[in-house]
Design a protein around this ligand. Structure first.
Ligand code: H2B
Length: 95
């Protein structure tokens, strides 16, 4: 089922409140890089995020190199950002 794209104003509201996240126009995603003490901490974080995304049925584009986790949120079903990405970023921020 198609999902509505987020308005630029709603996106900028979120980015204004969350300066660690930035907009990547090429794939209309919001992105953030997380750094941890080591791989174990990074993977523990990914495990916690994985439980959230399964519950929300919304999945990040992400990568991990040692202590770093890069997360990009966009909604393929919407062809860009949707409210689901904002909800997911907010859920990740509570960790
Ligand atoms: N995750 C993301 N990031 N974008 C989507 O469009 C998406 C998803 N679609 N997770 C979901 C799953 C969809 O394929 C299922 C059927 O709900």
């Amino acid at each position: 089922m198609p999902i509505a794209k987020l308005s630029g104003a709603a996106r900028d509201d979120f980015l204004g409140d969350h300066p660690d996240w930035t907009h990547e126009p090429a794939r209309d995603a919001i992105v953030r890089s997380f750094a941890f003490a080591d791989f174990s901490e990074a993977f523990a974080f990914m495990t916690r995020v994985a439980l959230i995304v399964e519950r929300m049925d919304h999945h990040p584009d992400w990568s991990n190199v040692y202590n770093r986790v890069d997360i990009a949120l966009t909604t393929h079903d919407a062809g860009g950002l949707s409210a689901r990405d904002i909800a997911m970023a907010q859920a990740i921020e509570t960790l």
